[in-house]
Write a protein that binds this ligand. Structure first.
Ligand SMILES: [Zn+2]
Ligand SMILES: [Zn+2]
Length: 253
């Protein structure tokens, strides 16, 4: 197969691994405690976060909790209402880094996730994790495919992460008028269910983002499967029920 085409396919696969890790581990488990995975599964997620995105979980959690606490106000780290959707789409990574580098934000919103020894030694060094991924790709596929895969993954992952914060707060439909998040089906398909952002803001502690069986929420399908084999413990999964209890969407942990 053509080295560039193979690079695009491999890059897409890596992005999907990063997307599933983000929604299942960083978002649904660590941020909202909507689900608890078996410790062994969490160690795999921790490793995958490190090598596919280099994200420090406590920073991601803090920035995202701040977004829920101050949605679409000047305090929101990435509000399309404040910055315009195009800026949030294109500059999301910079908005994220600005909020993530604020020690006060981390102290206020991620107190439950202190820095561990393994974080200090390995996981807090994004360059090391991403370097391992790149080295693995070069050994597996050669330099051209590795370069294309890495670049394609970086652009796609940053683009899709930006879309959840911009597109899913600007376009799309709302099942609940109580929040500014929107539901965007094509985005849900590409982000393991994150596109059901209106549902999510209405019921942040639900491990399930979809409301109907036909709505595409692959992250939920993985959680459901893991719970059947006792590797995941689901806290809530009924969006409608939680949304009716939680009209102001302020209970996000
Ligand atoms: Zn949001
Ligand atoms: Zn959330």
């Amino acid at each position: 197969m053509n080295a560039v085409l193979l690079g695009i396919i491999v890059g897409f696969g890596i992005t999907q691994v990063a997307i599933f890790t983000t929604t299942l581990y960083l978002h649904r488990e660590l941020t909202h405690k909507a689900v608890t995975f078996h410790p062994f599964i969490n160690e795999i997620f921790r490793l995958l976060t490190w090598i596919t995105s280099g994200i420090r979980p406590r920073q991601w959690v803090a920035v995202h909790r701040k977004h829920h606490a101050h949605t679409d106000t000047a305090e929101d780290p990435h509000s399309p209402l404040v910055h315009g959707w195009k800026k949030v789409q294109l500059m999301n990574v910079f908005l994220y880094r600005k909020a993530a580098s604020d020690e006060k934000t981390i102290a206020n919103y991620a107190r439950d996730l202190p820095q561990r020894r393994t974080d200090r030694l390995f996981f807090d060094h994004a360059i090391l994790g991403l370097g391992l991924l790149f080295t693995g790709l070069v050994f597996s596929f050669g330099i051209i495919t590795a370069g294309v895969a890495f670049a394609f993954h970086a652009v796609l992952y940053l683009g899709l992460s930006g879309s959840v914060n911009s597109v899913a707060h600007h376009f799309g439909r709302k099942s609940y008028k109580t929040n500014s998040g929107t539901n965007v089906t094509w985005l849900a398909l590409l982000t393991a269910g994150e596109g059901f952002h209106n549902h999510h803001h209405a019921a942040p502690t639900s491990a399930r983002f979809s409301r109907r069986w036909f709505q595409v929420d692959p992250g939920w399908w993985v959680i459901k499967t893991l719970s059947l084999i006792k590797l995941a413990n689901i806290r809530h999964s009924d969006v409608d029920k939680l949304a009716s209890r939680n009209l102001k969407s302020t209970n996000f942990i």
